[in-house]
Design a protein around this ligand. Structure first.
Ligand code: NZQ
Ligand code: ZN
Length: 383
């Protein structure tokens, strides 16, 4: 095993109804909150009103910044930081999905340290302080509610990049699965793909960590078990509960003890390039790029890929080809795209993607990628 440190300070409240307990936690974080939310689902379904009720119960003042888009952009973060400065807020509450929570994390660091958020994201400046951060999760997918990562896009530099810091862990996160009953089918599919991709990124990190490998396989087995019933019955609370917790566990540190880093992240970096160019939902980029990446690396790491299949199928005879087939067929079965053509991208788009991959020198942490790899992976993604 590789040396590792376990650190996760987020206090997590899980279950139907936990949103009604938020007021009990709020007092200790200060007098005035900045609420961050997305394009409108939290208003449409009454979640924002339910949160405001909690703020009123605890007599917490608040201001709000709404309109964070999926694949969030640095401009929104900068605008929200201005609101935070003008209103002298004490803490931040993010209500939404990964895009909202990630933005809130960087709003926090930029505001608390008076540094531009992109300078932090690109490690030009090191933040030292933070204000408290509370999250109310409304969609199961990223694990941002219990990790230190944030991912943002900068259309000026044409980058979508991740940033990780111990300062980014939310103080408290409220995971009420009943809030996810309104997540539409396509976003539910994206979330299932994302949590499986996080498990795969952990699996392909450097290091021999058999227990983590087993945990990873179990997370994937669980997702494969609840996915179809859930997609056939989006209002089933038991299945929503299972998905919500599985997505959190897939990226809260549980899966990478004994590995050299939190994961490989090469496939995510490839996918981020596609999202940057075409605003493609995160999950869709992953269901296309993971099978392609596996096919490309099959000859280099056949045993590693086969080990994943053996664990998932509990069959010692499963080989690398069958493993890739299992993952790709699962994505197809749940209605996720597995080729660039499935999201209407053509040879011309492929060239654009290749150019941006080269420009941004996209790579994984364990399996490095260069120009030749990009071309071959993109070919698999179109075959
Ligand atoms: O914007 P609104 O109107 O709120 O609608 C959102 C959005 O359109 C909608 N939605 C959310 N909760 C809903 C709902 N619709 C109905 N009912 C609800 N309860 O869902 C759409 C997607 O929201 P978003 O926050 O973008 O989804 P997700 O949680 O999948 O986040 C994706 C972002 O997180 C990044 C991705 O790159 C992407 O930018 N990631 C963050 C990670 C992290 N911080 O650890 C790791 C991931 O690998 C990922 O990169
Ligand atoms: Zn992801």
């Amino acid at each position: 095993m590789e040396n590792f440190t376990v650190y996760n300070p987020t206090k997590l409240h899980f279950g139907v109804g936990v949103i009604s307990n938020i007021h009990q936690s709020l007092k200790k974080y200060g007098k005035k909150a900045l609420i961050i939310y997305g394009k409108g689902s939290v208003k449409k379904y009454g979640y924002l009103d339910a949160l405001k009720k909690q703020l009123n119960l605890s007599k917490t003042e608040y201001v709000e910044y709404g309109g964070i888009k999926p694949n969030p952009v640095i401009d929104d973060v900068r605008k929200a930081v201005e609101v935070a400065k003008n209103e002298k807020i004490d803490f931040i509450i993010a209500i939404g999905g990964g895009s909202v929570i990630d933005s809130a994390k960087m709003i926090n660091l930029s505001y608390a340290n008076n540094i531009d958020a992109w300078d932090i994201m690109t490690y030009r400046e090191i933040p030292k302080k933070r204000v408290p951060l509370i999250t109310v999760l409304t969609i199961a997918a990223t694990g941002s509610e219990m990790n230190g990562a944030a991912v943002l896009q900068n259309p000026k530099t044409m980058q979508k990049i991740g940033y990780a810091s111990e300062l980014n862990y939310p103080d408290e996160s409220f995971l009420d699965p009943s809030l996810t009953l309104t997540v539409p089918k396509d976003q539910t599919i994206n979330g299932i793909v994302d949590l499986i991709a996080h498990s795969l990124e952990a699996f392909f990190a450097y290091g021999d960590a058999p227990l983590s490998d087993r945990f990873i396989a179990q997370v994937i087995i669980e997702a494969m078990d609840f996915a179809e019933p859930l997609l056939n019955n989006l209002k089933n609370i038991t299945l929503r509960e299972r998905m919500m917790w599985t997505a959190t566990v897939a990226l809260n540190g549980t899966l990478y003890a004994g590995k050299a880093s939190s994961g490989d992240w090469g496939v995510h970096a490839l996918g981020h390039t596609i999202s940057m160019l075409y605003d493609t939902p995160h999950g869709q980029t992953l269901s296309i790029m993971y099978p392609a990446w596996l096919k490309h690396f099959k000859s280099k790491i056949p045993e590693r890929i086969a080990k994943l299949g053996k664990l998932i199928t509990a069959n010692k005879n499963t080989n690398e080809d069958q493993t890739i087939e299992i993952i790709e067929n699962f994505f197809k079965k749940i209605g996720a795209p597995t080729r660039l053509q499935d999201i209407n991208l053509t040879e011309n788009h492929k060239k654009q993607i290749l150019e941006l991959l080269i420009k941004n020198k996209v790579s994984g942490m364990n399996f490095s990628l260069d120009e030749k790899d990009y071309e071959k992976i993109l070919n698999f993604a179109m075959q």
